[in-house]
Design a protein around this ligand. Structure first.
Ligand code: NAD
Length: 436
């Protein structure tokens, strides 16, 4: 099948590449000339494990191409995926300007039947409105269908998530569109992936419901951690004890600095705003967002307390900057608020992240951060060490070397990577989240 993917970001590039891997002919379109240039040279504009090799293979075998020209992308395509960003707008709702832009361009360019699929996360009602936008901007009436097919991949394991998803959700209004989508996803049918085929509005809602629920689990366990600290219980064991209940499940019950990234913050905000627009207060999600905002302050306070209260003149080493490991994505990373608050109080922060430093350097609030060559370089002369992101390489630090590099002995592990007793036995003052 011929496919066009518009928007070559974390989702679009993985989607396009994986559909090519399934044997389809894929053209990826982006209006960012630098991204297209890089991709044509075989360089990746994002860091995602395994992606570079898979892109190279599919380009070499002639199934994957990159262009800035939507007309070229649409020419043969039967299915067009819209995978552009839907960032948070000023009032909290999803800003859909890129979706409408692409919708209008598709309308003006198409000259035969297309299935236009929203892969981007879009609020309920977008599919219906997109159909209207396309209809109104066509030069002459040409048949098309709009389909919702939200994406659930996680950065850092995006390829595996795309190739072996827990489920595929498709919202469509015509049998023709449903049949085409089923055909496209046949390789996943064959490995018995569950399919949820429904109407467009419901499909759009599944994505927000899923992200809001996952964010709820995170804020829940973070509040539980805050309570555990007050009563002397261990949140890791609480999470394990809860998670073994199959009705609850063990995932997303890791206490820490709160959720970040390009999805949960904006999607919780968008669903809360959508509800408010319909005269309903989504109280749980409003609370989830408030807890998440506060959790960053709780972490700043924790670091400050661990360092004796006064941060002026202190040197803090920070391991990890991205919102989670295995990605270079810095969007809404908790490190941004936490480290900027530490710097505002007069601390010098020396940071190291295996792949996130280039993105971090573009963020205004992180101006002043000292970027280091590796974890031990970051620790030089530090009074305290903060583990911000649980990259694998920070899970086995050489504590003798840490001791030699640092000036102080304070370790604040915001990801509960280490057993407290082990680090204390190495001679450090160890603090973590929700553990005695
Ligand atoms: P991104 O910012 O990484 O990529 C978006 C791309 O769209 C950019 O390359 C941009 O240049 C391009 N673009 C914007 N306007 C365009 C236009 N008019 N024509 C062509 N290209 C255009 O975004 P992302 O992280 O890939 O997210 C895309 C969507 O997928 C969002 O709605 C997001 O919520 C959703 N989503 C993201 C993830 C994730 O983990 N990142 C997971 C699931 C769903």
């Amino acid at each position: 099948m011929h496919i066009c993917v518009v928007g070559v970001g974390y989702v679009g590039l993985v989607t396009g590449t994986c559909f090519a891997e399934f044997g389809n002919d894929v053209v990826c379109v982006d209006n960012d000339p630098d991204k297209i240039d890089m991709l044509r040279k075989g360089e990746m504009p994002i860091y995602e494990p395994g992606l570079k090799e898979m892109v190279a293979k599919n380009v070499r075998e002639g199934r994957l191409r990159f262009t800035q020209d939507l007309e070229e992308g649409l020419k043969k395509a039967l299915v067009v995926f819209i995978a552009v960003g839907t960032p948070e707008g000023e009032d909290g709702q999803a800003d859909l300007k890129y979706v409408w832009q692409v919708g209008r361009s598709i309308a003006e360019t198409m000259d035969d039947y297309k299935v236009v699929v929203t892969k981007s996360t879009v609020p309920v009602g977008t599919g219906r409105k997109l159909a209207k936008v396309i209809r109104e901007n066509q030069k002459r009436p040409i048949e098309f269908d709009v389909v919702s097919n939200p994406e659930f991949l996680r950065e850092g394991s995006a390829i595996e998530d795309f190739m072996r998803p827990n489920r595929v959700v498709i919202g469509a209004e015509t049998e023709r569109a449903k049949a085409i989508m089923r055909d496209l996803y046949r390789p996943l049918y064959l490995i018995e992936t569950p399919f949820v085929i429904t109407d467009i509005a419901t499909s759009e809602m599944v994505k927000y419901a899923s992200n809001a629920f996952l964010a709820t689990k995170i804020s829940f366990i973070n509040e539980m951690a805050n309570i555990c600290e007050r009563v002397g219980a261990d949140v890791n064991v609480v999470a394990k004890g809860m998670g073994l209940d199959q009705r609850i499940g063990p995932k997303f019950l890791h206490a820490g600095p709160g959720f970040g990234g390009s999805c949960f913050p904006k999607d919780t905000s968008a669903i809360a705003k959508l509800a408010r627009n319909h005269d309903y207060t989504f109280r749980i999600v409003e609370a989830v967002m408030a807890v998440n905002r506060d959790q960053r302050k709780v972490m700043v306070q924790k670091i400050q307390n661990a360092l004796g209260g006064e941060l002026e003149g202190k040197v803090i080493a920070c391991l990890g900057l991205t919102f989670k490991p295995n990605t270079d994505d810095m969007r809404e990373a908790p490190s941004i608020d936490i480290l900027s608050a530490l710097m505002e109080q007069g601390a010098t922060v020396r940071a190291y992240d295996p792949v996130g430093m280039e993105e971090a350097a573009k963020i205004d609030k992180l101006k002043g951060l000292v970027y280091c060559e590796d974890a031990y370089h970051a620790m030089e002369e530090a009074d305290g060490l903060v583990i911000m992101t649980e990259w694998n390489q920070f899970r086995n630090l050489d504590w003798a070397r840490v001791k030699k590099s640092m000036r102080g002995k304070v370790v604040v592990d915001l990801r509960n990577v280490y057993p407290p007793r082990m680090v204390r036995e190495e001679g450090f003052e160890y603090h973590s989240v929700g553990r005695p």
